[in-house]
Design a protein around this ligand. Structure first.
Ligand code: HEM
Length: 424
């Protein structure tokens, strides 16, 4: 419990690629070889469902959204939602992302000290709110942010995970959680109702695309389905990207030569103009920095599955109902797949490196049919926000409080991330 990340890594080194681990009342089988990840997530994915802990914590908030639903229901929802995340559809969001980042940049002052993780959370929340619901929800972003915070306080609390009994106690956190869900429901249902009432044709935001999506039999999503998908996208699409950027700021602060090379690329590709979607292929080093940051600090640091039936994995029997876990944090820092695994070396992604790597030695967005639907969205967002902010600023991470990764549902900086802003 003192250092779960190191513990999980050490387990593989001491005992091998398949290890049964008991952490308090939680018992899981840890799989640490990319072949086993591929077996579970891809090859024999039908023998598995999402793990019990995810269900316990997220289901009460997300309902039957994409992240937490199963079987035919999930398949239909994924089919309906997929086109909204197509590269050509999300292209238009690039301008929204850059505009919000530029607004944040205009608030940063040379020499001031800020919690940049808070800034990143706020920024990605505004972006997901606008891309999901259109420009007219800006004034509700504050309310959504506050409600989401009280929901996340419970969802990401490791004690809630280990001691589900807490869910039944009316602690202040629990009361905040219940109120947060009621508030979010009111906002989301309100927006859906308004949109339906307006009779407006299809616009470019995600809600509109989901609202107009039709299955082969002509059916559409109910309000409850729309609510669950919107809540899921809010939650899945906001903190993960913020974390990716926060950890990137930490790494850049510790590696001045990488930060300088980044500045040179931004200068050469963008000059004085704002970044756009079309710049993505040319912002190669920026993309490599994001990829390397996702390797060292994967926001989804662990994933799990529950066996639907008795199954053999890596030569061991796993009984129906048992939980397996794989940990991108540990696998992506395994010296069998990566040279100098703990070092921040964005250049390692140069050329064909990704092609030579085992497909599941690096999987920050998961894999198989349940891989992240927002991957292209997240990549574009991280590159454009980093390009926009790093063009004018360097951030020096302060030594106190020490930035420590805390593994809850996501991998967060335990005490935020205090930085001194430097223009330059
Ligand atoms: C750096 C940012 C992100 C990371 C690291 C990330 C990571 C992941 C991972 C690992 C999964 C698979 C979980 C599993 O198999 O158990 C996932 C699923 C998902 N993600 Fe992301 N994600 C990110 C950004 C986003 C964004 C921006 C959105 C939406 C706008 C999003 C929406 C989703 C949804 C809806 C699912 C469930 C897909 C399904 O099961 O069909 N994610 N994400």
């Amino acid at each position: 419990m003192r250092d779960p990340l190191q513990f999980l890594r050490g387990t593989r080194e001491r005992y091998g690629d398949v290890v049964r681990v008991a952490i308090g009342p939680l018992e899981v089988i840890l799989l640490s070889h990319p072949d086993l990840v591929e077996d579970v997530l891809v090859t024999r994915n039908r023998l598995w469902q999402k793990d019990r802990y995810l269900h316990q914590t997220l289901r009460p908030v997300l309902g039957d959204g994409l992240l937490s639903s199963e079987g035919d229901f999930w398949r239909r929802q994924r089919r309906l939602a997929q086109p909204a995340f197509h590269r050509d559809r999300i292209k238009a969001y690039g301008a929204i992302m850059v505009e919000h980042a530029a607004r944040l940049a205009s608030q940063w002052r040379d020499g001031e000290v800020r919690d940049v993780h808070k800034d990143m959370m706020h920024l990605t929340l505004e972006i997901v709110a606008e891309t999901l619901f259109g420009a007219n929800v800006g004034h509700q972003a504050e309310d959504v942010g506050a409600a989401l915070e009280s929901v996340l306080a419970v969802v990401s609390d490791p004690f809630e995970l280990f001691f589900p009994i807490l869910k039944r106690l009316p602690t202040p956190k629990r009361i905040g959680f219940d109120r947060g869900v009621v508030k979010l429901d009111a906002i989301i249902y309100g927006l859906i109702e308004k949109r339906r009432a307006s009779g407006e044709g299809e616009t470019n935001d995600l809600l509109s695309m989901l609202l107009h999506a039709r299955d082969e039999d002509g059916s559409r999503m109910s309000d409850k389905q729309l609510r669950d998908e919107c809540m899921t996208l809010f939650l899945a699409g906001h903190e993960t990207t913020a974390l990716n950027l926060s950890w990137t700021w930490l790494l850049l602060s510790r590696h001045g030569s990488v930060a300088s090379k980044l500045s040179r690329e931004l200068e050469a590709v963008l000059g004085d103009r704002p970044a756009t979607f079309d710049d993505l292929p040319n912002l190669r080093f920026t993309g490599q920095i994001i990829a390397e940051s996702l390797r060292l600090y994967p926001p989804a640091w662990s994933m799990g599955r529950e066996a639907r039936e008795d199954v053999e994995v890596g030569g061991y029997r796993v009984a129906a109902g048992e939980q397996v876990w794989f940990c991108p944090w540990a696998i992506q820092r395994d010296s069998r797949w990566f040279d100098r695994p703990d070092e921040f070396l964005p250049e390692r992604w140069e050329g064909d490196f990704a092609k030579t790597l085992h497909r599941y030695a690096y999987f920050p967005f998961g894999g198989g049919p349940r891989f992240c639907i927002g991957q292209a969205f997240a990549h574009m967002e991280a590159v454009l926000l980093l390009a926009t902010l790093a063009r004018s600023f360097r951030l020096d991470v302060q030594s106190s409080p020490k930035p420590v990764p805390q593994p809850s549902v996501t991998l967060r900086p335990k005490n935020g991330l205090r930085v001194r802003i430097r223009r330059g």
